[in-house]
Design a protein around this ligand. Structure first.
Ligand code: 5GP
Length: 209
């Protein structure tokens, strides 16, 4: 039972420039790694075709978003490409208190806020293989205007400068390999001594004469 776990869950933050493919990677990651949840953000952005409320995001109005900001309901929030996005503080606490690990897929501004709040977190920055590949991916997948694509690329240029603020870097060249690297990061963090301490102590006790 998760409530019997003696440890708090670990908070993972995944950031990447728009078009890097981070959502696909993280969805695959939480599918293959047990006891790892994907946080569902709140956003004032309108759903895109195929997106559902309560699945991809909690879609709310700008007024509702402002009310949640005023009530201090967010662990972090940011304006990304003109829309507001935020992570529920209470939901984050609920998952971590249960001992399950949680992944936030948030931008670099949000990641900074989480760290500033003193939250212990593991940061992973996902990079595309190159600027040219990112540009190509954005053009292929996007129905955005040329201006919007140029804007995303300009933001990407400044976001990659934040890579030094993260603990790990994963290059999304091949999806399977990138998911594999993310799994390794989660497993490595789970094997750290502070987390393994109580279990290790129990085993060490069996060595006592
Ligand atoms: P999209 O609208 O394409 O789903 O997401 C746009 C950007 O918003 C992505 O780069 C994503 O990382 C970021 N984002 C999504 N949810 C959150 C959130 O809760 N907080 C912050 N700070 N950024 C978010």
């Amino acid at each position: 039972m998760s409530s019997e776990r003696s440890w708090r869950g670990r908070l993972f933050i995944v950031s990447a420039p728009s078009g890097t493919g981070k959502t696909t990677l993280v969805e695959r990651l939480v599918h293959v790694v047990p006891d790892l949840e994907l946080s569902r953000s709140f956003t004032s952005r309108k759903p895109r075709p195929g997106e559902a409320d309560g699945v991809d995001y909690n879609f709310i109005s700008r007024e509702q978003f402002d009310a949640m900001v005023a009530a201090d309901d967010f662990l972090e929030f940011a304006d990304v490409f003109g829309n507001y996005y935020g992570t529920s503080a209470s939901e984050t606490e609920r998952v971590l208190a249960s001992g399950r690990d949680l992944v936030l897929v948030i931008d670099v501004q949000g990641a900074r806020q989480v760290r500033l709040r003193g939250f212990d977190s593991v940061g992973v920055f996902v990079l595309p293989p190159s600027y040219a590949v990112l540009e190509e991916r954005l053009r292929k997948r996007s129905k955005d205007s040329e201006t919007a694509i140029q804007h995303r690329l300009a933001v990407a240029r400044s976001e990659v400068g934040a890579v030094a603020e993260y603990d790990y870097v994963v290059i999304n060249d091949q999806v399977d390999q990138a998911v594999g690297r993310l799994c390794c990061i989660v497993q490595a963090e789970r094997a750290r001594r502070p987390r393994m301490g109580p279990v290790a102590s129990e085993i060490i006790d069996t060595f006592r004469e």
